[in-house]
Design a protein around this ligand. Structure first.
Ligand code: GTB
Length: 222
């Protein structure tokens, strides 16, 4: 039995690999663990059956044997801890890689989601055009600090780890903004990660879901 994860049946990201099943798929691909996916509609995500697995009615979830998990970062950590390939063996290096996982989701991601929320929910507010540059500057601070730390290295701490996986996935959320282009070393860091065969397999798998949803005949086609 393979682990089963949940993902959007029709992802609002239109197949760009930005929803949070993507890091989980990518982690499975990095360690060579096959997995199955249960696709959910928005309505199904809010039903009790799914909330039993994910109290907030979101994707992704992970089920394997008797274990059910939610939170993409925790799922990636679980995969990384139970397979080789995403965390170093050396205990100190392992702890540092896990630190980068937390840094991705708790220090870098919040300023990015704050900007997304402002753009999605406050666009029609009178303060929107004043607030936007403030949100962007908060992101610039984090990107500058991250770029400074990465320097000329390929990865954040030695070899590619689950810390890089989560960090890159967080940074990819900025894809449609111009902010990243101000940090060429971060663009190169993302490109390096996206060139990994495991990333490409994960991306193709989630894109296939979007593509098949798009080509499903609708009532009007029948
Ligand atoms: N902290 C949780 C985790 O990491 O697992 C957050 C999970 C989460 O935000 N899930 C989102 C969800 O289920 C999907 S990924 N949302 C539905 C809901 O809350 O009702 C977030 C996401 C959605 C859309 C885009 N996009 O269109 O680009 C990108 C990311």
């Amino acid at each position: 039995m393979h682990p089963v994860i949940t993902a959007f049946a029709a992802s609002p990201d239109r197949g760009r690999g930005l929803a949070r099943d993507m890091p989980v798929r990518w982690a499975f691909e990095e360690v060579g663990q096959p997995y199955d996916v249960r696709l959910l509609s928005f309505a199904e995500m809010k039903q009790t059956a799914h909330r039993t697995l994910q109290p907030f009615g979101q994707i992704p979830t992970y089920e394997c044997g008797g274990l059910a998990l939610f939170e993409s970062g925790a799922i990636v950590l679980h995969i990384a801890q139970n397979h080789t390939g995403l965390l170093p063996d050396d205990p100190d290096a392992r702890a540092r890689a896990i630190t980068w996982m937390f840094a991705a989701v708790s220090t870098v991601e919040p300023v990015i989601t704050q900007l997304e929320n402002t753009v999605y929910m406050e666009r029609d507010k009178p303060w929107f055009f004043e607030r936007l540059p403030l949100m962007e500057d908060l992101i610039r601070i984090r990107l500058g600090e991250l770029s400074e730390r990465l320097g000329t290295f390929d990865w954040l701490d030695g070899t590619f780890s689950a810390g890089d996986l989560l960090m890159v996935q967080v940074l990819r959320r900025l894809g449609s903004s111009n902010l990243l282009s101000e940090y060429p070393s971060l663009c190169a860091y993302i490109a390096r990660a996206e060139a990994r065969p495991a990333f490409q397999r994960a991306f193709a798998a989630q894109f296939a879901v979007f593509n098949s949803a798009r080509t499903q005949p609708t009532l009007h086609d029948v």
